[in-house]
Design a protein around this ligand. Structure first.
Ligand SMILES: *Cc1c(COP(=O)(O)O)cnc(C)c1O
Length: 361
């Protein structure tokens, strides 16, 4: 089965085998060394990450990393602006509400790009806001949000960005030096091609050493992890097999020439998919100039039933995703992360064509 849902992804045989390695106690030096290696590799996926940022490894899915980032760093006594144009931005606002932290939600329609003028006006109106929580690739629609524009504004106003890069880290450009990033949350099982269960947050080193934790949560307090990590320790039991798979996936990312070449591969796959569906009369939800390379969303033609479409592809060896929320039954999403060969892609196109030819309007 080839997974074309936005994580978990199809693993390479080596990464899958890593899950079944020897039993290992997390208090032994072998484990400390493995965790150290993982963090060291994470800090070098992008060449300029390690100048100002440091990774903190957690056990939990991408949501745990995002929640830990907001719990530990979104301030208790000044404000955070949350930009929403899909499920994941809205989820960050919900997290801050549960943490009882002061925040403003700027809601956009899910079809829309961020409105810079509205952001500016909100910041003007609420001078207590010191942070912006933003999603890089909004997986709800496949939009790559405009980080360069947000970063310019943030820099000018002295605001820090807390970034959900769960579905973009290792697959899309991230400008660590220019984007006023206080923290970036990401996960093992999307563009990194690891197994689900571990995630990580990159935090500005200056913030880690200077400030105190804002976390109401004990388990999700990044400062606790950071203190333990600095001593080669880990505060709680990590998912050891999943960490081993992550280390192998990071090895493979290096061997295949890193994030840039992965991004180019994703572009090649997503562009050809977009073109192929266009020949069948289905154009993507987000224009290619604003789209992520990682995933493409398409409106489902009226005459096609979403469940039948999913089941047909599954019977042919591919898992795709429907939409979320109001899009649940009227869009479909195809991600192109993970171990996907040219032959897989060609076969996908063939079975898609076949379905559309047999199910005409
Ligand atoms: C997948 C995803 C998450 C959540 O990841 P889980 O692994 O499901 O917890 C958060 N943000 C974005 C943008 C995502 O794509």
């Amino acid at each position: 089965m080839i997974l074309l849902n936005p994580g978990p992804v199809s693993l390479t045989p080596r990464v899958r085998q890593a899950l079944a390695g020897d039993d290992l106690c997390h208090r032994e030096p072998e484990c400390a060394e493995m965790l150290q290696q993982i963090r060291q590799k994470l800090d070098h996926v992008y060449p300029d990450t390690s100048s100002n940022h440091e990774s903190i490894l957690l056990t939990g899915s991408g949501t745990a990393a995002v929640e830990a980032m907001l719990a530990s760093l979104a301030p208790r006594d000044s404000g955070t602006l949350v930009l929403c144009n899909g499920v994941y931005g809205e989820r960050m606002a919900d997290m801050l509400a549960r943490q009882s932290k002061p925040h403003e939600r700027l809601q956009h329609s899910w079809e829309s790009a961020w409105d810079m003028a509205s952001i500016e006006r909100l910041l003007e109106k609420h001078p207590s806001i010191t942070h912006v929580a933003a999603v890089h690739h909004e997986t709800t629609t496949g939009r790559l949000n405009n980080l360069p524009a947000l970063a310019e504004l943030a820099e000018r106003r002295g605001i820090k960005i807390l970034l959900d890069a769960v579905s973009s880290f290792a697959g899309e450009p991230i400008d660590w030096a220019a984007w006023s990033l206080e923290a970036v949350a990401a996960t093992a099982n999307k563009c990194v091609h690891g197994a689900p269960g571990v995630s990580f947050v990159f935090v500005e080193k200056s913030r880690l050493s200077a400030a105190e934790s804002q976390s109401p949560s004990l388990y999700l307090d990044l400062f606790t992890y950071h203190t333990a990590q600095a001593k080669g320790d880990t505060p709680f039991t990590p998912s050891v097999p999943t960490c081993r798979a992550l280390l192998t996936a990071l090895h493979e990312l290096e061997e295949t020439d890193g994030w840039r070449s992965r991004h180019e591969r994703y572009q090649q796959l997503s562009r050809s998919l977009r073109d192929h569906l266009a020949t069948l009369g289905v154009s993507a939800l987000i224009p290619s100039t604003a789209a992520a390379a990682t995933l493409t969303a398409f409106p489902l033609p009226d005459h096609i039933d979403h469940q039948e479409w999913h089941d047909y592809l599954k019977a042919n060896g591919f898992i795709i995703y429907g939409g979320q929320g109001k899009y649940a039954e009227n869009i479909f999403r195809i991600a192109n992360m993970g171990a996907i060969s040219d032959a897989d892609w060609k076969r996908l196109f063939e079975i898609i064509t076949d379905y559309f030819q047999r199910n005409t309007r």
